[in-house]
Design a protein around this ligand. Structure first.
Ligand SMILES: CC(C)(COP(=O)(O)OP(=O)(O)OC[C@H]1O[C@@H](n2cnc3c(N)ncnc32)[C@H](O)[C@@H]1OP(=O)(O)O)[C@@H](O)C(=O)NCCC(=O)NCCS
Length: 180
């Protein structure tokens, strides 16, 4: 059984997903605008299955997403971390910040912690990728801000996606300069 770590940043705690998080996630994932580039709104049932898959990812793949909590308020503001599955282009950094909290650098801050953890935890990991639709300007901007660059496109889950990536050597020189 994988032990899911907890990460702390200046303003955030990335902690294991818990059953008690369901209501907050159902609220975030019910928003049309939030889900515009990620398949559309999800109901409570779909959200529960998502969370179960996220926790399962930790057990099956040794990486996974965390619940992102704002330290100042204790509020769950999103989910971010890592993802992998059979046929995926590599260990992926993922980021989902609820609409009320957009534009404060939280996505960048959470992703920075997650990618740093991945490179520390897996010394042989050559790169971290991010799988992003061409229309998702905010996500592409976040990836670029982290120093990721578009390497290719791939058809994944039935649609063409951009594969952004950052190599370990790039991360080592880049990470200390990233500001949330
Ligand atoms: C993508 C997402 C995580 C960004 O979260 P965030 O906390 O608002 O991001 P940050 O504040 O760290 O900003 C990162 C960069 O994106 C830019 N950005 C944010 N929203 C943007 C938008 N709608 N259009 C263009 N750029 C945007 C920011 O300005 C910043 O770039 P800058 O430093 O050059 O100004 C958030 O919009 C989100 O969760 N979207 C819905 C879910 C989703 O699509 N996830 C990604 C799936 S691939």
């Amino acid at each position: 059984m994988t032990t899911i770590p907890t990460l702390t940043t200046d303003r955030l705690i990335l902690r294991p997903i818990a059953r008690a998080d369901l209501d907050a996630y159902a609220e975030i994932w019910s928003d049309e605008e939030f889900t515009r580039h990620i398949g559309g709104p999800s109901d409570r049932h779909g959200t529960w299955h998502n969370l179960a898959g996220n926790i399962g990812c930790w057990t099956l793949e040794g990486v996974g997403p965390w619940s992102v909590v704002e330290r100042a308020t204790g509020t769950l503001i999103g989910r971010a971390g890592l993802w992998n599955e059979p046929g995926w282009p590599g260990i992926e950094a993922v980021w989902f910040i609820g609409r009320p909290w957009w534009g404060h650098g939280f996505g960048t801050e959470a992703a920075t912690a997650a990618i740093g953890w991945a490179f520390d935890e897996y010394p042989d990991l050559p790169e971290v990728v991010s799988v992003i639709r061409a229309t998702n300007a905010a996500s592409i901007r976040l990836a670029e801000r982290l120093g990721m660059h578009l390497t290719r496109t791939e058809r994944l889950h039935g649609a063409e996606k951009g594969i952004y990536a950052i190599a370990r050597s790039e991360w080592v020189s880049r990470a200390p300069t990233i500001e949330a």
